[in-house]
Design a protein around this ligand. Structure first.
Ligand code: ZN
Ligand code: ZN
Length: 246
């Protein structure tokens, strides 16, 4: 606590950043994150991951149980696992008032998206949480991807109508229930994603309950397809039976 206060004060009196934001190594003149941290962001090439959603699976290659059943959203694009430098970056982006990280990471994420989309929809924040944080991190990531891919962000037709509490504290089943009716589309007009290919954007994919709830609303309101782009995917192996290659 005291350390955080002191560091906060140092940040304030020394605006030119001399430390990497993620590892705190001194990096005179470096922007936000040092090259070593940016290099570290990614997936362990030796780990087994779901071929569709990129989340870790316990053994062999193939699809996780969720993707085998067919998730509401389609292909998932991600920068890496939610650990190390990337976890630190996501934390700063969500809780540390560092919106500029969205640009840095969103630019990279744009390069990972390998199929065409017509527009981008960020997962909305509830208005009260938006007031607390001052920005929607998913919206900022969406804008960086938009600039990289040359497609629009459709941010104003979808709303989070219910504050859903802290998802991380809930088990998967209660999370799904917790999101019932959490998102809604403005009813008066045809949404811009009608008959279009949508790239849904969020910060982290954990159980997929939030992304599934939004994707369902997008499909019900006319989206032709919905893929998902996230900065990071959970490091916890996806539960349930696993489809293996033998
Ligand atoms: Zn660093
Ligand atoms: Zn999967």
């Amino acid at each position: 606590m005291l350390r955080a206060i002191v560091e906060g004060l140092l940040d304030f009196v020394w605006p030119p950043r001399t430390q990497c934001l993620l590892c705190r190594e001194p990096r005179p003149g470096a922007p936000l994150a040092c090259p070593a941290c940016m290099e570290e962001i990614g997936f362990d090439p030796t780990a087994s991951r779901c071929a569709n959603c990129t989340r870790p699976i316990e053994s062999d290659r193939g699809l996780c149980a969720d993707c085998e059943e067919g998730p509401v959203y389609g292909v998932v694009f991600a920068l890496g696992a939610h650990q190390g430098a990337l976890r630190e970056a996501v934390h700063h982006l969500k809780f540390g008032d560092r919106p500029e990280l969205a640009q840095l990471l969103g630019n990279r994420l744009a390069d990972r998206v390998t199929v065409p989309h017509d527009g981008i929809v960020p997962v909305p924040l509830h208005p009260s949480r938006l007031r607390e944080r001052g920005y929607n991190q998913a919206g900022l990531i969406a804008r960086a991807i938009s600039a990289g891919r040359g497609i629009p962000v459709w941010e104003s037709h979808l709303r989070r109508v219910r504050r859903t509490g802290h998802q991380a504290k809930l088990q998967r089943d209660s999370r799904l229930h917790n999101l019932d009716g959490a998102f809604a589309v403005e009813a008066a007009v045809t949404p811009p994603w009608s008959d279009k290919r949508v790239l849904l954007v969020d910060d982290v994919l954990t159980t997929g309950a939030t992304a599934a709830a939004v994707a369902e609303v997008l499909y019900k309101s006319g989206a032709r397809s919905v893929d998902l782009a996230v900065l990071a995917v959970s490091t916890t192996p996806v539960r349930g039976k696993l489809k293996t290659s033998h």
